[in-house]
Write a protein that binds this ligand. Structure first.
Ligand code: MLT
Length: 252
């Protein structure tokens, strides 16, 4: 009988594994789904250093896989989770069975972007994450989602506002240190699915198209009327897309 792949899903910033609740329960028949809270987020209570780089978060993921005895994984990440997934994919390609990159990018921050990260870190520590959540919310969801799903708008704000300030500050500072990975992407050999929304202002479509061009054989799916949170804004289309990807993998 065909064994099921392990799908490990990494949330974005400043979120927790709640991002993936619907996706995880919808795909249990085709994969063993693991959706951890990244260090310091959600229910994770590990100590957080002042700066949490994407490489350091990727090391946590390697440790998690080792602890669970998972040799090969289909690794998925949304936005910041995608940064971590890319860092992992480039360091431990032999552990990768597939790669799922959602609403993310491989380029580094601009100088202006890095300054904004520091401001975010300070705001989180001084004023709390609710302030960050309120500021980010308008750009995360499409006009249609905001119009038609006020319940989801409120849930996304609550998901972000509940994150601990120290984890948020450390991750913001860590994201600022991301290297530009565009020239490294050609090394990725694993089957890769890229999913984004046509209304994503934070990761505009050309950033996903560039990843698509750089990873040979990758597939790009652009969800209409969706902004930055594809799994929440278009759950049925997102889940069907990931399901097709998982069942197409040459899993032993
Ligand atoms: C995220 O959703 O993880 C963030 O928008 C990523 C970022 O700020 O670069």
């Amino acid at each position: 009988m065909r064994a099921r792949p392990t799908l490990l899903l990494l949330h974005g910033f400043p979120q927790d594994s709640g991002l993936w609740a619907g996706t995880a329960s919808a795909l249990t028949d085709v994969a063993n789904v693991i959706a951890p809270d990244l260090r310091g987020f959600g229910a994770d209570r590990r100590a957080v250093p002042p700066v949490m780089t994407m490489d350091r978060l990727a090391e946590d993921i390697l440790q998690l896989l080792d602890e669970r005895g998972v040799d090969k994984v289909v690794l998925g990440g949304l936005s910041m989770g995608g940064y971590v997934a890319l860092a992992f994919a480039l360091r431990w390609p032999e552990r990768l069975e597939g790669l799922l990159l959602c609403n993310t990018r491989a380029i580094a921050d601009t100088a202006e972007g890095r300054d904004a990260r520091e401001a975010t870190a300070r705001t989180a520590l001084r004023s709390g994450v609710a302030v960050i959540a309120r500021g980010m919310l308008p750009r995360l969801l499409s006009a249609r989602t905001k119009r038609e799903r006020p319940d989801l708008v409120a849930a996304v704000e609550a998901l972000m506002a509940r994150q601990p300030p120290d984890a948020v500050a450390a991750a913001a500072r860590g994201m600022a240190l991301r290297p530009d990975l565009m020239q490294e992407l050609h090394r990725i050999q694993a089957p890769t699915l890229i999913v984004t929304g046509d209304q994503d202002e934070l990761m505009p479509l050309p950033t996903s198209e560039a990843i698509h061009r750089a990873i040979a054989g990758s597939r790009l799916v652009v969800l209409p009327d969706v902004a930055h949170l594809s799994p929440l804004e278009a759950p049925a289309r997102f889940q069907a897309t990931v399901r097709d990807f998982l069942t197409s993998l040459p899993h032993a």
